[in-house]
Ligand binder design. Sequence first.
Ligand SMILES: Cc1ncc(COP(=O)(O)O)c(C=O)c1O
Length: 383
Amino acid sequence: MEHTPIPMLDLKAQYARIKADVQAALLRVVESQHFINGPDIELLEQEVAQYCRAKHCIGVSSGSDALVVTLMALDIGHGDEVITTPYTFFATAGAIARLGARPVFVDIDPATFNIDSAGIGAKVTMRTKAIMPVHLFGQCADMDPILEVAAKHGLAVIEDAAQAIGAEYQGRRAGSMGTAGCYSFFPSKNLGGFGDGGAVVTNDSALADKIRLLRGHGSNPKYFHKVLGGNFRLDTIHAAVLRVKLPLLDSWSAARQQAAAHYTALFARSGLGDLVRTPKVVQARHIFNQYVVRCDDREGVREHLQKQKISTEVYYPQPMHLQECFSSLGHKNGEFPESERAALTTLALPMYPELTVAQRERVVRAIVGHYEGTGKLGRRLAA
Ligand SMILES: Cc1ncc(COP(=O)(O)O)c(C=O)c1O
């Protein structure tokens, strides 16, 4: 049993529990042969808007496209600047740069891995159009100071809530606090579809209309193009699957929270001390899309776990300011030290609602085993 693989995520375990409902939903779409738009899209949009406590929701083709189409709707492009974090998935900064705008980075708060809100004001210039915080790993960024800076300078706030659907900040839901919020339904997200998908939510009716227009090549009526858009539609088949999953999302996120609390308790009792630092929960509702620790000798830990067939992942090994494709921004190593440190020390452990108590115990035991093997734990306990 010791060497049964523990994956980062086990979608088959989730599917086994909802198979009949998902298959019925898929069959309904297949029988209708209605693959584009239609009632499943409209109903999903209403249900997601309600879940995220926003007025409008627009289903789109991916989380990346949610960011792109929102920036397009806000007329952000060449010559503009958007303030964001260097420690995120590529799509955040990529969306800004793809439209010809400049991502302006502010380092992270090392406690949460989210943008350090205190550093944003100093980066605002005449060219700044928006702030794009990311609610990384499922915990909201510190939104009040961000919204305050934005209000002071008349900036839009686009929440990259791709990893944080259902997370809360002082009673407000991720994605609903700024000008718009962007979600991803990538299969590994807490609410994952059967392929790529995403959504934008907003309380601004004019912005919602514009995003809808842009989603369908800017045409209204059909074949009369008001603005230059793209094909950013969410497929009906994904919407049908997501509608089966959405009512279960809270129970899955609660199971993730329980798993996270258990991991943290196991580490607290492990004697590892600060060799492994567990995630800090500072906001009311962290939905643990990922459980990310910081550790000493990360690569050694990874290798040791891999030998025991325990998967881990590094989110993310290279911060945005050091990416080759952003070399024209002219950043150097050392400019955003907290992001750089995070890139060198963070390790995501297996996390999904069905992860068992025994699996979590095995993961922590294996990590303790690594430090015992290298002598570090013994030295630490002797000190
Ligand atoms: C923080 C963040 N932003 C944006 C995205 C992009 O979403 P997608 O993969 O659906 O395009 C992701 C997901 O992968 C993400 O984690």
